[in-house]
Design a protein around this ligand. Structure first.
Ligand code: PLP
Length: 364
């Protein structure tokens, strides 16, 4: 009887497996963290300066709509600031999109190796997640379209995708959009846009401008400001209005707004990040390919390395860990037991990882 008198969460909540973040070392330890796709070069010095500049203004509420940040984003990316909503990380915005556009009996479609937050937020909204097999390690547009039913309300697409690093070309994303009913929201999560070098990629802004059912979501987390928690989205005015109705009234804190605006304008730093990442992404991909390992071609700031089997992946994980290099296991959370996801880090870290893995797989 006492059981019946306990507060009960909504149906579906207890079926959710909590998000598993990348492992960290003990505070103050010398380990190198390559497990959460953070920036290989830290944060923009201008963003750090902006963050510090308000250390003595923490008693006053921030401006609630993140106007300063939206204006910087609008200026640099050529977007109307009125069509931007900022969030406490892009997870904040993804949650709000799910809450606003999904409910009991609805379905959201995503690809098999898509970002593991999508099932959580879909189920939290009372809806069902429909997983579509990848074509290799890349989202399969025909499969996604075939999975749409009258109950479908959202299609979640990370582009490039985490944890595979693969991407859909602009033409493929457009083909996906063209095949969707107009009442289905296509959420393009461009979390790794800053790192893409492929010429046939589009961040999604053109499609947002042309269509009434496309939203693009971005984050500052992968470009040096993960701790500040800043995300943003651009969408049709109607969707922006809906999200603004229910978001936290002060969902982005003042130091984050200022750091985000400074980072946005520091296009030189963003270019440095991109160049560093491309160089060491090429390096690790070339060095590890062959040697009984396969590196899935990546457009992001990490690579998915596939080993001969799950035991080799586990051994590689432990060996790197012992040498102070923490990478990300993708067995339980993503169903890729023979893989490890490795963030692109410093030159020293990348040379270290390559040396250790080459020696290890030779022995094995
Ligand atoms: C990291 C990541 C996010 C979340 O970013 P935050 O802004 O830190 O919440 C969203 N989508 C994808 C695909 C990611 O990899």
């Amino acid at each position: 009887m006492s059981d019946d008198l306990r507060p009960k969460p909504q149906p579906g909540i207890l079926d959710i497996s909590p998000y598993v973040p990348g492992k960290s070392g003990a505070p103050g330890s010398k380990v190198v963290k390559l497990s959460s796709n953070e920036s290989p070069l830290g944060a923009s010095p201008k963003a750090i300066e902006a963050f510090r500049s308000v250390a003595d203004r923490l008693d006053i509420y921030p401006e609630g709509s993140s106007k300063i940040l939206r204006e910087a984003l609008g200026e640099v990316h050529g977007i109307d600031p009125e069509l931007i909503v900022c969030g406490n990380g892009s997870d904040d915005l993804l949650h709000l999109l799910a809450q606003c556009y999904l409910g009991d009996g609805d379905e959201a479609v995503m690809s098999q190796y898509g970002f593991s937050v999508y099932p959580i937020i879909t189920k939290a909204a009372g809806a069902a997640i429909v997983m579509v097999d990848d074509d290799g390690y890349t989202a399969d547009v025909d499969g996604l379209l075939a999975a749409v039913t009258p109950k479908t309300k959202i299609v979640w697409l990370a582009n490039p995708n985490n944890p595979t690093g693969t991407y859909l070309t602009d033409a493929e994303v457009r083909r996906l959009h063209a095949g969707l009913r107009k009442d289905i929201l296509l959420v393009i999560d461009s979390a790794y846009a800053e790192y893409v070098t492929a010429a046939d990629y589009s961040v999604g802004l053109d499609l947002v401008a042309e269509a009434s059912n496309v939203v693009m979501v971005r984050t500052f987390s992968k470009m040096g400001l993960a701790a500040a928690r800043i995300g943003w989205m651009v969408g049709p005015a109607e969707v922006v209005d809906v999200i603004n109705r229910i978001r936290g009234p002060f969902n982005v804190n003042l130091p984050a707004q200022l750091a985000g605006a400074a980072a946005t304008r520091d296009v030189e730093f963003t270019a440095q990040l991109k160049a560093h990442n491309a160089k060491w992404r090429d390096y690790i991909t070339e060095e590890l390919t062959g040697n009984h390992m396969h590196v899935v071609p990546s457009q992001a700031n990490f690579v998915l390395v596939l080993f001969p089997d799950a035991d080799h992946a586990a051994l590689a994980f432990e060996t790197l860990m012992q040498r102070g290099l923490i990478v990300r296991e993708v067995g339980k959370s993503y169903g890729i037991p023979d893989g490890l996801r490795i963030s692109i880090g410093s030159e020293q870290a990348m040379i270290g990882v390559v040396g250790i893995l080459k020696a290890l797989v030779k022995i094995a």
